[in-house]
Design a protein around this ligand. Sequence first.
Ligand SMILES: [Fe+2]
Length: 229
Amino acid sequence: MSVPDIRSFTVGPVQENSYIVRADSGSRSAVMVDPGDEPQRLLDAVEALGVEIEAILITHCHFDHIGAVASVARATGAPVYCPQIERPVLAEVMRWVPPGFGPFESYEADHTLTGGERLSLAGLDIEVLFTPGHSPGHLTYAIPGALLSGDVLFQGSVGRVDLPGGDWPTLERSIGALLGRFPGETVVYPGHMGVTTLQRERDTNPFLAELRERVPAAAPAAGPRAPAR
Ligand SMILES: [Fe+2]
């Protein structure tokens, strides 16, 4: 089985991870996940890899994840897939951007997703999962062996739940569903900070203590860190 080739680009003032994902390292087509900022840098990477972007996938519409969507879509011609509930945010980005950030360009999504879909794009079989809690329409994209999970779960932390539509019990349920559904070795490519695995977070993430009691396989947790973005 070929292994997906996933390139990470940390962009913008909030250090968001944008990803270029291919079915394997020889594939000429790719999808881009969460082009959040620095569109020229992302487009230069597309050119350097020699790939065509077949689609742009958005996990959620916080500005740091969508700031470069319009530029990348225009330059590549790729259609944009957006969580349905959050489509109005993408369509009017600056209404939701805190002072001091931007300006960012709005975009009318070409397709909307609610979770439960299966997409076949760039030779990848992509399962779309509804994982709300950090934001109301948040999606996780599952490909073989990996999750592109936006701001659901981080290395040693979880997505913040103090922004509009955020809710910890909902986010905890979403994380629990991922832990229950995918094997521990599944690699998590998050929207911020480094790559991790479901097993590592299940065993050590201090925010998942209650989940661990319900899904046994626990190891003692390290001291808690502040929730990240
Ligand atoms: Fe976010």
